[in-house]
Design a protein around this ligand. Structure first.
Ligand code: NI
Length: 138
């Protein structure tokens, strides 16, 4: 750990008290780990903004018995096959399915895929988890 650098941060007592109470609530073992996470969150948000390669997951819930829906979902996924690493399909009950689409690639392409899926009629839930490839974030 020779490349670890320690630095001091100045902030008001009130702000530090609120920060300490927040990280205690979230279960952080120390301030350093909480600050590292805040820095990474900001860097990851920036990766999505400036178009660096990112990774993430799109979660869908839909009723597979709705006419034409599964075919449409497949068509859209095939249109974006370059950013899809894998998909997992879970049969939640007789009608409803949960699908997790793991993605990696340029943010615009991933967001376009997520938006196309979300906008589809009869998709009950759709969310995009904006994660990272993890590169240069240690
Ligand atoms: Ni299913």
């Amino acid at each position: 750990m020779s490349d670890v650098i320690r630095f001091g941060v100045s902030l008001s007592k009130g702000l530090l008290t609120r920060f300490d109470s927040l990280i205690k609530e979230k279960g952080y073992p120390c301030r350093s780990e909480a600050i590292r996470d805040l820095i990474r969150e900001n860097l990851i948000r920036r990766q999505w903004l400036i178009g660096e390669e990112v990774a993430g997951a799109i979660t869908l819930v839909y009723d597979h018995q709705k006419r034409g829906l599964v075919d449409h979902l497949m068509d859209i996924q095939h249109d974006h096959h370059k950013v899809i690493i894998s998909t997992q399909h879970i049969h939640l009950d007789h009608n409803n399915c949960l699908e997790v689409i793991v993605v990696k690639g340029k943010p615009r392409e991933v967001e376009k895929l997520a938006e196309s899926l979300k906008a589809m009629k009869n998709v009950i839930h759709s969310s995009l988890t904006m994660a990272t490839t993890g590169k240069d974030l240690v």
